[in-house]
Write a new protein. Sequence first.
Length: 111
Amino acid sequence: MLWEKPGGGEPAQITWDLKEPLTVKWSHVSGEENKAFCIYLINRVDYPPVTELVLRYAVMGRDEVTIPPPGPMDVPLNCNYRLWASACGDPETIYAETELFCIDIRDNADL
């Protein structure tokens, strides 16, 4: 599995507003079309580390899914985040990880 969005040709620092959905894309190898996985929001730079389940049971063969807005989380708002495609219930079993990106929560007053 290889993340294509965010990642690949994406800008070095994209920002995910946690009040908005995020469409992610990946490619997979033949024979893994029916493999299910979960998507976790991960931060292993800051303390305490962040491991938040943001999508349960994506199917590898779809190659794209939209993660619903997770809304406010009690996590640092910075640029130390990645998405992990991991075994459901075992985020440390990682199939693929994205490049670093930022998270934020914008209020209507910020617009």
